[in-house]
Design a binder for this molecule. Structure first.
Ligand code: PEP
Ligand code: MN
Length: 338
């Protein structure tokens, strides 16, 4: 339930209404105090409230039911777009956020070369997998803790904040200490224990859409993190399973429009995993920005032919620079900047 308060409502009145609600028990109140609008977002057993009593309070403009099961992630709880900070960069503001780097960190020389290349081309965040969720147990599993150290080293030399995937709740303390943004991969989108644990941190979380997850399931996973108190969630559309096999996944760009309508959370697109083909990255990156994505995540490798993971969908640093130049024009056309 949402309670919209009248313009000019004082702090004292907000506290009064809040206390009336809290006195019913089993309800939490999330205030959103803006310049023009103050709303109280209620979570819990709102059947305990008498709507007539609430509406009779002088400062209450109106009350609204929230039909969707996601509350904190709901646009009704936060009518303006949310901004999430990763290091010194902001995701969800007017400036687009471009995360780029290799699928996996493979060596010091590789991550250094790619990190410098993407930084020079204008990336705002460096990505790189240290723990890899591979379909086969016989495939390269990532450099693990050594990979994390190499990412930290790459941050030191480029100044770019780093995002990398966390697979196990056991490593959260380490990730919290070392990285700027924690990625939850598609395969872990509904690992609810992991999500609950991430709700207790205040690190930004990049939540990728599950392989076959509906938009509502995806937003419910964001809700798990937010319900724990961590509202720093960024969504990432990375393609979904359909009957089509030509592409690795089907890029669901309409999901960006849906998420923007349903939620206030920033949402970016990963055209690399969404297509599986290096030559589709540029056109899909354009399309993603055109439909209103807040940024991109792109796999960049210095030697895609010999990449230990996802070479077929990785572009070289010079091609990445071309993508950056290209989307600058699209961004301008839709009122965004890079
Ligand atoms: C990745 O970003 O390297 C990755 C494994 O992505 P996803 O979880 O979307 O498959
Ligand atoms: Mn990958």
């Amino acid at each position: 339930m949402i309670i919209v308060l009248k313009q000019g409502t004082t702090r004292q009145e907000i506290d009064y209404v809040t206390n009336v609600i809290l006195s019913k028990g089993a309800i939490t109140v999330n205030p959103m105090i803006g310049n023009d609008l103050t709303i109280l977002g209620l979570i819990g057993d709102t059947s305990r409230l008498d709507p007539a009593q609430i509406e009779s309070l002088r400062c209450v403009e109106r009350i609204m039911k929230v039909a969707e099961p996601f509350k904190k992630a709901n646009r009704m709880f936060h009518p303006g777009p949310s901004e999430v900070k990763i290091g010194d960069t902001v995701v969800g503001g007017s400036k687009l956020s471009i995360m780029a780097g290799p699928c996996s960190v493979e060596s010091e020389a590789q991550i250094e070369e790619v990190a410098k290349g993407v930084k020079e081309a204008g990336a705002t965040v460096l990505r790189g997998g240290a723990f890899k969720p591979r379909t086969s147990p016989y495939s390269f599993q990532g450099l693990e803790y050594r990979g994390l150290d190499l990412l930290v080293h790459a941050r030191e030399i480029t100044g770019l904040p780093i995002v990398t995937e966390l697979m196990s709740p056991y490593d959260i303390d380490k990730f919290e200490h070392l990285v700027d943004c924690i990625q939850v991969g598609a395969r872990n989108m509904q690992n609810f224990d992991l999500l609950k644990r991430l709700g207790q941190t205040r690190k930004p979380i990049l939540l990728k859409r599950g392989l076959s997850a509906t938009i509502e399931e995806w937003l419910m996973s964001a809700e798990y993190i937010m319900a724990g108190g961590n509202e720093n969630v960024i969504l990432c559309e990375r393609g979904i399973r359909t009957f089509e096999t030509y592409t690795r996944n089907t890029t669901d760009l309409s999901a960006i429009c849906a998420v923007k309508q349903l939620s206030h959370l920033p949402v970016i697109v990963d055209p690399s995993h969404a297509t599986g083909k290096y030559w589709m990255v540029q056109p899909l990156a354009r399309a993603a920005i055109a439909v209103g994505a807040d940024g991109l995540m792109i796999e960049v490798h210095n030697d895609p032919a010999h990449a230990l993971c996802d070479g077929a969908q990785s572009i070289k640093p010079d091609a990445f620079a071309e993508v950056m130049a290209d989307i600058r024009n699209i961004a301008k056309a839709v009122g965004r900047e890079i």
